[in-house]
Design a protein around this ligand. Structure first.
Ligand SMILES: C[S@@+](CC[C@H](N)C(=O)[O-])C[C@H]1O[C@@H](n2cnc3c(N)ncnc32)[C@H](O)[C@@H]1O
Length: 242
């Protein structure tokens, strides 16, 4: 890895995230990269493995969440379908005070995330194996997070059913999307109305390092989600609220 690449990454991160990106933070990203490519040889975690691509398209892309004005760095964040830890692990590296929980339906990915959290000494971090449809009906999880996020999990109408049940009324769901964020938002009116959400903002980013447009759809939870949602596992994607 050339030092100019790391310097550019650090200075861009500082400018978008308004965090001082010192040696300790960079050492954590370096360790994250190494553990990710090592585990990726044994299990499918990411198709992107080249170092600069991982830094920009996974780490930097995840950190975009920190540019959202509604995002609070001091409260709680649940990452649904976190996979190899995106976006929550890069966000947590930059904001260690945030209480982060990750949920994924694949046990192997949760084993990876637990090992990663130990290696990176992430405090305030816990990982759980399960499906959003099941956990969303559990009273311990339901409407108990200030903030929920998801990246590359499903189209927005489906995603809202998987994620909004976890958000406290008054809290936020941040959907990390590609170029289709706006179009997906316009398909989501019915889901928002049923599930108790309201789109407050759609933020758009065009960054040459990431090679493409990214959007963050900011959804405020304005009323409780009716008990029937989320429906049983598989139904939200088979019969989306359209
Ligand atoms: C395409 S990956 C995206 C991973 C990561 N968020 C990212 O941006 O790289 C989707 C992840 O969601 C998990 N997943 C799929 N359906 C789920 C569900 N209903 N509940 C919880 N996790 C789910 C999968 O196991 C997978 O790890």
């Amino acid at each position: 890895m050339s030092s100019s690449f790391v310097e550019r990454f650090a200075s861009k991160l500082e400018s978008i995230a308004e965090v001082e990106v010192g040696g300790e933070i960079l050492a954590r990203f370096d360790r994250y990269y190494r553990i990710l490519v090592d585990w990726n040889e044994r299990m499918n975690l990411t198709a992107i493995t080249e170092v600069e691509a991982v830094y920009w398209k996974h780490f930097f892309d995840s950190a975009m969440l920190l540019t959202v004005p509604q995002f609070n760095r001091q409260t709680s964040l649940l990452d649904v379908g976190a996979g190899a830890g995106f976006p929550s692990v890069p966000v947590h590296i930059l904001c260690p005070e945030l209480r982060v929980t990750v949920l994924d339906s694949l046990q192997k990915r949760i084993s990876f995330l637990k090992e990663l959290a130990g290696e990176l000494q992430l405090a305030n971090f816990s990982a759980f194996h399960g499906r959003a449809e099941d956990f969303g009906q559990d009273p311990k999880w339901r409407e108990s997070y200030d903030q929920v996020t998801a990246r590359a999990l499903a189209r927005l109408p489906i995603l809202l059913e998987l994620c909004l049940p976890f958000v406290k009324v008054g809290g936020y769901f941040f959907a990390m999307k590609g170029p289709d964020g706006e179009a997906e938002a316009s398909e989501s009116e019915k889901a928002l109305q049923i599930l108790g959400g309201k789109i407050e903002d759609i933020l758009k980013f065009d960054l040459k390092e990431i090679e493409g447009t990214r959007t963050v759809v900011v959804v405020r939870k304005v009323s409780p989600t009716p008990e029937t949602y989320p429906r049983k596992a598989g139904t939200p994607s088979k019969k989306p609220l359209l």
